[in-house]
Design a protein around this ligand. Structure first.
Ligand code: HEM
Length: 319
């Protein structure tokens, strides 16, 4: 190797470590003694593969656990991109589009892989091991709620039946009390909150309120609204944001609901593997009508929100 090049690298390293209190020579010793990095250490593979721990002896429970874990990792990837949009000060449209496209590609994986749940487990096994997991439910996914908070102002997350009575003038705490998901995971007979909902609120309310306050004026929706008009009119950006909305609030929820129907109804009657929650009234996207970027749609599009699988707004090359 070129000696001059190495000398220059050494002087750069000297410069780098100058102010650290230790000299370069000590760091070079460290380099000499360090073990080679392996794939399995780098990605913490042993840890990753040790956290699928079933509560019953039904083999399919492992599929259920793993697919939830995989989904949570994708949620983390989505949040990772969302945070970069929220933190961005440049208003660079290409950057915005790139991040939204990445989020959409993660949703696409989640949507197309949901067959792992819908077709991939024996119903008889599910019905039995699911009872051993109560009151735990994907409903308690905090990352799912965080994605919503980063995407849109809290007033857009108020339950549809009350949304018109609230605006950005209400405090985060007030809006939070009326957030749509507080109507979910309630007992279908008594209308009372189930333990699923109560435990989730107890564990995550402070964190969710803190995040909502942090992004009070800088959600992805705000970031879009604050762009100069020319950028707001950028067709690719608008399409990417609409695709994100439809992925998060229609197509994923419909796939997910497909699994609820497969496992939790029999001859169209509800069975109790959720512990008897109101999921049939709560889950349909056309009832929830959660929309992250309402200004991108016509009144009619908003009225028909979630009534069907949506793919017509997608640019086929993008999906
Ligand atoms: C066989 C598979 C599944 C079934 C039968 C199922 C069933 C349900 C039901 C009935 C609810 C409504 C709340 C309740 O009543 O407990 C729910 C909510 C939820 N589940 Fe699942 N689920 C399945 C898989 C998943 C997976 C793999 C995830 C990924 C993390 C997930 C995430 C969620 C989320 C985020 C909610 C809340 C949705 C909302 O608030 O609109 N579920 N699920």
């Amino acid at each position: 190797m070129n000696k001059e090049h190495i000398d220059s690298q050494i002087s750069k390293l000297e410069e780098k470590y100058k102010d650290s209190g230790q000299d370069l020579s000590s760091y070079l010793d460290g380099l000499l003694y360090q073990r080679y990095l392996t794939y399995w250490d780098y990605i913490h593979l042993d840890t990753l593969l040790s956290i699928q721990v079933p509560r019953t002896h039904f083999p399919d429970e492992e599929i259920f656990i793993m697919y939830h874990q995989i989904t949570e990792l994708y949620f983390k990837l989505i949040l990772h991109e969302q945070k970069q949009i929220v933190d961005d000060k440049t208003q660079d449209v290409d950057f915005f589009i790139e991040k939204a496209d990445r989020i959409n590609s993660y949703y696409k994986v989640l949507i197309s892989s949901f067959s792992v749940m819908i077709k991939g487990m024996q119903r008889e096994q599910f019905m039995q091991y699911r009872m051993a997991l109560l009151p735990a439910s994907g409903f308690q996914s905090a990352q799912y709620r965080m994605i919503e908070l980063y995407a849109t102002p809290m007033e857009n997350l108020v339950h549809f039946s009350e949304r018109d009575n609230f605006s950005s003038k209400n405090s985060i705490e007030e809006l939070y009390e009326h957030i749509y998901w507080k109507k979910g995971a309630t007992d279908v007979v008594t209308g009372e909150k189930t333990l699923t909902l109560k435990q989730f609120e107890y564990r995550y309310t402070p964190r969710l309120i803190r995040i909502a306050n942090e992004v009070k004026n800088s959600t992805i929706c705000h970031k879009y609204q604050e762009l100069p008009q020319k950028s707001k009119d950028n067709k690719t950006l608008v399409e990417a944001l609409k695709a994100l909305d439809v992925n998060a609030n229609i197509n994923w929820p419909l796939m997910h609901m497909g699994s609820a129907y497969r496992y939790l109804t029999k001859d169209n009657a509800q069975i109790d593997a959720t512990g008897g929650t109101n999921w049939k009234e709560y889950l349909p996207p056309s009832f929830q009508k959660v929309v992250f970027f309402p200004e991108l749609y016509t009144k009619q599009e908003l009225n028909n929100w979630g009534k069907q699988w949506v793919d017509h707004i997608f640019n086929p090359e993008k999906v």
